[in-house]
Ligand binder design. Structure first.
Ligand code: DGL
Length: 269
């Protein structure tokens, strides 16, 4: 199976694209809803929680795990890849969402000025500025942490009138940093749920990059370049949903993200 992990519901925006573009594979989604959000937590805590969840997915029979969470990708991916994976699952792979998003940035900006919306954890990690500098040293990067956006989504308030205030506030703050920003990355897998409000308050000349489609295309490319991994993956169109919190709550809410009925099970972490 392909494991897909997020702190809560946000990774479902990525899984939805995987299923749309690569429907043949079996997927096991794990949302750590009991401990979400991750965005405000320390490096050590995000690393520990993410590692526990990744280990669980490998025990379930996954060979490939995607961290469909920017915060976990920023704070835990490298340590897991370098330190834990060789012992935990020597033939397994763990991939994140930051690298594919960064690759996409280069082809989008004309002004060479990019904005990043993310959780406080992602922004403070400086992962985006550092990764962009490696691939595109000429691009200037401005960041804005949006601590209210994930709680709005996780509490199903993202369509409410109250959400407009916080959406607009962070867009304005980012654009005040530099008037030449012509591309913004929604560097949190929860944010596509706020897309219509983000579009509403973002000037039309600015390109908005959402991650689902980009990460799905990058996975497709990865599997193409790694036939031994591709051949080892089961292909029965199975979808398994797991949560660390109440499955009833997960099913009710996750189907809004996934746009299909979901039947999840609770796992103990
Ligand atoms: N969806 C996660 C991300 O992409 C973060 C949500 C959280 O704060 O837990 O960063």
């Amino acid at each position: 199976m392909i494991g897909v992990f997020d702190s809560g519901y946000g990774g479902l925006t990525v899984l939805k694209e995987f299923v749309r573009q690569l429907p043949q594979y079996d997927y096991c989604y794990l949302g750590d809803n009991a401990r979400a959000p991750y965005g405000c937590r320390s490096f050590e805590t995000v690393y520990r929680y993410t590692l526990e969840c990744v280990r669980h997915l490998f025990r379930q029979g996954c060979r490939l795990v995607i961290l469909a969470c920017n915060t976990a990708s920023a704070k835990a991916l490298r340590s897991i890849q370098q330190r834990d994976l060789p012992l935990m699952a020597p033939t397994g792979r763990v991939l994140g969402v930051i690298r594919p998003s960064v690759e996409a940035v280069g082809g989008c900006t004309q002004s060479g000025t990019v904005g990043i919306f993310g959780t406080a954890g992602t922004v403070l990690s400086l992962s985006y500025p550092m990764e962009i500098a490696k691939l595109y040293p000429h691009i200037r990067v401005f960041q804005e942490a949006c601590p209210m956006w994930v709680p709005l989504v996780e509490s199903n308030e993202h369509q409410s009138a109250g959400a407009d205030y916080f959406v607009r506030q962070h867009i304005d703050r980012l654009l005040e940093q530099n008037a030449e920003i012509d591309t913004v990355v929604l560097a949190c897998t929860h944010y596509p749920l706020l897309l219509n409000k983000i579009e509403q308050y973002t000037p039309a000349r600015i390109r908005i990059i959402s991650q689902g489609n980009i990460v799905a295309r990058s996975l497709q490319d990865y599997l193409h370049r790694h036939p031994e991994m591709e051949q080892s993956l089961s292909k029965n169109h199975a979808r398994i949903f797991q949560t660390t919190d109440s499955p009833e709550m997960f099913d009710r809410y996750a189907s809004i993200f996934f746009e299909e009925e979901i039947k999840s099970v609770r796992i103990e972490n």
